[in-house]
Ligand binder design. Sequence first.
Ligand SMILES: Cc1cc2nc3c(=O)[nH]c(=O)nc-3n(C[C@H](O)[C@H](O)[C@H](O)COP(=O)(O)O)c2cc1C
Length: 490
Amino acid sequence: MAYQDLREFMDLLKKKEHLVYIKRELENGFEISALTWELAERLGPAVVFKARGYDMPLVMNVHGTLERNCMALDIEPGKNDKENFLKIRNRIAEALENKNKWLKPVMINNAPCQEVVMVGDEVNLYKLPVFKWSPLDGGPYITMTNIITKDMSNSNNGLNTGMYRVMIHDQKTTGVMCCKTQDIGIHVGLARSKGLKKIPLAIALGVDPVINIVSTTKMASFADDEFELAGGLRGEPVEMVKCKTIDLVVPAYAEIVLEGELDIDPKNARIEGPFAEWMGYYEEPMMLPQFNVTAITTRKDPFYQGCILGHPNNEGEMIRMPAIQANNYNILKRTVVGFREFWAPHKSRGYKVVVQISKRFPGWGKQAALAALSTGQGMAAANYAVVVDDDIDIFDQEAVDWAIATRMDPAKDVIIIPEMGVYPLNPAASGREDINPETGYTEFSYIGKMAIDATKKIASENRRSTGASVLPDEDALAKVKTNWESYGLK
Ligand SMILES: Cc1cc2nc3c(=O)[nH]c(=O)nc-3n(C[C@H](O)[C@H](O)[C@H](O)COP(=O)(O)O)c2cc1C
């Protein structure tokens, strides 16, 4: 079953006691941020509230638990986070591979997202309840975005929608984070190769939850249409409408749409930030392109959907972590010999990745670790990869630590890869460029990578074989379990 829009999903969350309407008005961005921090701490419900000075209600923490992200994808939630993670990851991984089940969007006229149209002097981003959320932020940030661009060099390629942060500079201008490692960065590069200085860009806010999830998903190819994937995941096509002032289409049932042009002339790049980021650190200021807003279109009574990052359980991590790993899983399933499972542990924020294999021949552990560092996400974001055998539960990081501690010889089982350019947001990186000479934006930081082979060693690797793991006699253990109470034990 597809949710037509955010509201339909909010109704379901309310019915299932996953959404609370807060009656008192919140004072400012810091109070809102502290509230969402505490909600993340308690894995609490989605909340709807008003902020002082604004009529438009805010809705936050809609995607704040894996259970709710299961509901968003119409998946029966599992018993725990591991089950929920796997259900979501597998659903997206399968959908990415089954393009024959994708559904093309359908176009409609008279869309709810255009009930109110503001152009010219009516355009004022400060009408949105967007605040400076964290004490050191450089300005007010729009976070839960669906940023839509197209390939200006090839009209056969599909639309991209990506969740990228947006800082408000003034009434009509924002920055947009668009790095080369992301699909929007590819669109910028291709447009520049055609000599363009501006590209149409739309930001849809408050959409059906599947679209938010797709916007955080890494596609197998930037050329694929992310709204077709969303249609496949929903089981119904996404309804879209033409923008009022630019040549693009947007989800018809969005709450709010910002239309405009992204100025990709490097001369017009502008500094923004710092910003309290998902990995728990402030990111330094970045040089980014400016987005000139030509229209704000909304419903008659729009909700503003947002999220605030930083806490280990922040809503961004809950939505992003399974979605971003689906493509890695598909790639590693195809390329790693003996592949069993892959996980980027949630709390390591994607900088650590773990692969589980059934090793039968020498060297498979090292091959798997290098492969995990070579996927798009692995190259851009993972600082190290650990490979373990199939007797280790990779979703139990203490078990992974036991494998590292007992199966890894630091002199023989660790490959250090020299410093390379990666995604700019990497707190451990020793260097981060302020301005990339080619694009004019902040594009890369520089850091080495580490591949750890924590698999059991075998004689054919010219090693002393790792001893057999200790386990009681199987029959004796079964009997002890059956007869537990006969020992006078509870
Ligand atoms: C709340 C939130 C904010 C995000 N902000 C950014 C951002 O500013 N820049 C970025 O490169 N990725 C950001 N991401 C991660 C991207 O959404 C993710 O990598 C996605 O795959 C990008 O889409 P793309 O693969 O089509 O480029 C954010 C994710 C979330 C959940």
